[in-house]
Design a protein around this ligand. Structure first.
Ligand code: PXL
Length: 286
């Protein structure tokens, strides 16, 4: 069987697991070749740490892709994560130049959480992202990002029918598949709502939650989700695997140490479980 290949475009933050330092190992573990274009190199991520260095790589994005024109530049998926606002039009051009009819475009908005935007982002980021969402096949916002994209108050407590309505509205913006993560409709439970435009149904996939805030879990979730999707899993099947992988990563972190807010979770220890789950599911899908 031909090995699948994915392009991911996001930052490389050296310290504090997130973005490329999670996407590369997780997607590789799923048996997919993972090509990464770094949009910037940071000393560490920006959530929780007091300061960081930032080397901007915007001017290298398009030349990198143009350089591939004489080589095999086929990708089964293009996955975008944390991006600078001014980089979004360039990413749109990259998608236009590389996307083939069988290329799945997954957009993880990755600009906000807990009711607010990450440092450095303003409203214009949301406007730019809407264009990227239009060109996507799958989007995986958390609840805060979904609210910003829809112009809804990001700190309100939402009911399940209200969030189901958000999924439909986000689907109407372009993508065929929408997953909103970080939802808790019941004390002690956390999960995601999954929506496929084709079936029109929404499905809640959840587990018990853990106390505390774990950085970089959105990037782990998106990476495992696209990894599982490229292994032939259905959207709900891939979300189940990705959600369980994040849950297991948090569990393994807590077995080891008290929640340490910003270095990220010990996902490395959950990779064997992810691979195992993928192989078991793969047998089911044939
Ligand atoms: O996990 C999202 C993310 C990615 N990259 C950087 C970040 C964050 C979240 O804060 O700061 C640099």
């Amino acid at each position: 069987m031909r090995q699948k290949r994915l392009l991911t475009i996001q930052d490389y933050s050296c310290l504090g697991r997130c973005s490329l330092t999670e996407a590369l190992p997780v997607i590789s573990a799923c048996g997919i070749e993972c090509v990464g274009i770094p949009t910037a190199v940071l000393s560490n991520h920006t959530a929780g740490f007091k300061s960081w260095t930032y080397a901007d790589l915007t001017e290298y994005l398009m030349p990198t892709v143009e350089h591939w024109k004489d080589y095999n530049n086929h990708f089964d998926a293009i996955y975008t994560g944390y991006l600078g606002t001014k980089q979004i039009p360039i990413i749109l051009d990259i998608i236009q130049s590389l996307k083939k009819p069988d290329t799945i475009v997954l957009v993880d908005p990755a600009f906000a959480d807990d009711g607010k935007m990450y440092p450095g982002f303003e409203k214009d980021h949301v406007e730019a992202l809407k264009e990227l969402v239009q060109k996507s096949d799958i989007i995986v916002p958390n609840l805060t990002e979904a609210c910003f994209l829809l112009g809804l108050p990001p700190t309100k407590e939402w009911t399940r029918p209200e969030v189901e309505n958000m999924l439909v509205r986000l689907g109407n913006m372009g993508p065929k598949e929408v997953v909103i993560s970080g939802l808790s409709f019941e004390k002690g439970r956390v999960g995601c709502l999954v929506y496929e435009k084709r079936g029109g149904r929404t499905l809640l996939i959840e587990t018990e939650s853990y106390r505390g805030k774990y950085h970089g879990t959105g990037d782990l979730f998106a990476s495992a989700l696209i990894g599982a999707r490229l292994n032939g899993l259905s959207l709900p099947g891939a979300v189940r695997i990705a959600h369980d992988f994040v849950h297991d990563s948090i569990e393994k972190t807590l077995e080891d140490r008290e929640p340490d807010l910003f270095y990220g979770v010990e996902f490395e220890k959950a990779i064997p479980g992810l691979v195992d789950a993928l192989f078991r599911k793969r047998e089911l899908v044939g």
